[in-house]
Design a protein. Structure first.
Length: 281
């Protein structure tokens, strides 16, 4: 039986590259996607290029926790264990603040809470030797978690789309540290990957800072395949089979400062997130 890999946001630029790499390695792939039409196009490309037809599309919307639960329930009904879980889907608001049906700021739900819930629900299916990778960003350094505003409005005070994004990336990084410690005895590794600055839909050139981004960062903007490389390395490389609780960029570990690795926010964030998703657990 083929080993199972689940990739969120596999209908997107980096997500489809990750799904392609995993499919080429012979895994059975589940593309967990919001945009089913685009996912179907990506699936055709993946199966054609990889020669692996065992690629399935399943709907999920990380801005709706009931769909996360429905997705997980369907997976839990099946007999097969999970070898790889890639928490890849992400967003950066293009307009103003949006609050989801669950009362969460949308960026926070998609980038963090939805993946937290999905991971927690699927853990019983994760096999020994399994790997969990979450997409993060160096913008975690500008994150500031204040409760309950982090969940409810994305940030405290004035809303600017970059604030909830940075905060959500700090949250997924701290979650990675906590989960790695929790799962070490089970032989499941948990790491996060920073793709760098990548040419995806998140780079949206219509606000005042975007022309600056275009000119200043153009030389270092990566293709989706280049951005996906670190996540693929963490998912598939035998060299990192035992590596856990790390933050990685360009296929190298980047040491986190003690203010993150020993932060009291790690435990507080876990408990507060548990409270937010409790009805779905």
């Amino acid at each position: 039986m083929k080993k199972l890999a689940i990739i969120t946001g596999a209908d997107g630029c980096m997500g489809s590259e990750i799904a392609m790499a995993v499919a080429k390695e012979g895994y059975r792939v589940i593309m967990a996607c919001k945009n089913i039409e685009r996912a179907q196009e990506k699936r055709l490309w993946i199966t054609s290029e990889s020669g692996n037809d065992d690629v399935e599309i399943m709907p999920i919307n990380l801005a709706s926790l009931k769909t996360v639960k429905a997705f997980a329930d369907e997976i839990m009904k099946r007999e097969e264990p999970i070898a790889l879980l890639m928490n890849n889907a992400g967003m950066l608001e293009q307009e103003g603040r949006t609050i989801t049906e669950d009362g969460l700021e949308r960026t926070v739900s998609v980038n963090y809470v939805g993946h937290y819930l999905l991971t927690r629900l699927l853990l019983p299916k994760m096999e020994r030797g399994g790997r969990i990778v979450s997409m993060t960003s160096l913008t975690y350094k500008w994150g500031l978690l204040k409760f309950p505003s982090f969940f409810e409005t994305g940030c405290r005070g004035f809303f600017w789309r970059i604030f909830p994004y940075c905060n959500s990336k700090l949250a997924i990084t701290l979650f990675t540290l906590k989960l790695a410690r929790e799962l070490k005895e089970r032989g499941i590794t948990v790491n996060c990957a920073d793709p760098g600055i990548v040419a995806t839909d998140i780079i949206y050139f219509k606000m005042w800072f975007d022309p600056i981004t275009r000119h200043v960062f153009a030389p270092i903007i990566r293709t989706p395949r280049q951005g996906a490389a670190t996540a693929v390395w963490l998912l598939l490389s035998p060299d990192v089979a035992q590596q856990t609780g790390t933050f990685c960029l360009s296929c190298h570990v980047k040491k986190l400062k003690r203010k993150y690795t020993e932060s009291p926010l790690i435990e507080e964030l876990w408990q507060r997130t548990e409270d937010v998703v409790r009805k779905w657990l």
